[in-house]
Ligand binder design. Structure first.
Ligand SMILES: [Fe+2]
Length: 162
């Protein structure tokens, strides 16, 4: 495989694990806020991110490339409000979409058609992630950030399954 594509995929393994870490941090925030539904939603999201990382991990190994398991950055796990946490997640998803697009650009440049096909799934997934995070912000903004409103929303949000 093209060296640059391999390098970018390796970096993305780390970014997906960081995403899992970020969502775990958000989940923890909601647990501390006594909102188990939100905590569960973000915990499911953290699991999904680990699966994304492992998809790339497997793809690299299947192609006889090496996987570098580099250090995962620390997450700032303190948020001022549910809305701030949801906005952080949304900002992060937009960043991740940009990173996936960069790998796609490199794969196109390298005429690496298998990686382009492989990345198609991630492009579709990112559109869904951005929609989900946008929906979450909209829901919180609709009810407001006071405890009583969030408590009522918590049950609905918690119904998400992995
Ligand atoms: Fe992801």
């Amino acid at each position: 495989m093209n060296k640059n594509v391999v390098e970018l995929l390796n970096a993305q393994v780390n970014k997906e694990f960081f995403s899992a870490y970020l969502y775990l941090g958000i989940s923890k925030y909601f647990t501390k806020e006594n909102l188990p539904g939100f905590a569960s939603w973000y915990r499911v999201q953290a699991q999904e991110e680990q699966e994304h990382a492992m998809k790339i991990y497997d793809y690299l190994l299947d192609n006889d490339e090496d996987v570098r398991l580099s250090q995962i950055a620390q997450v700032d796990v303190n948020f001022d409000s549910a809305l701030e946490a949801a906005k952080d997640a949304d900002k992060h998803e937009h960043y991740i979409t940009g990173e996936i697009v960069k790998i796609m650009d490199a794969a196109v440049e390298a005429k690496d058609y298998s990686t382009q096909l492989f990345l198609d799934w991630f492009i579709t997934e990112q559109a869904e992630e951005e929609r989900n995070s946008k929906d979450m912000i909209a829901k919180i903004e609709m009810v407001g950030c006071d405890k009583k409103s969030l408590y009522l929303l918590d049950k609905e949000v918690g119904s998400r399954k992995s």
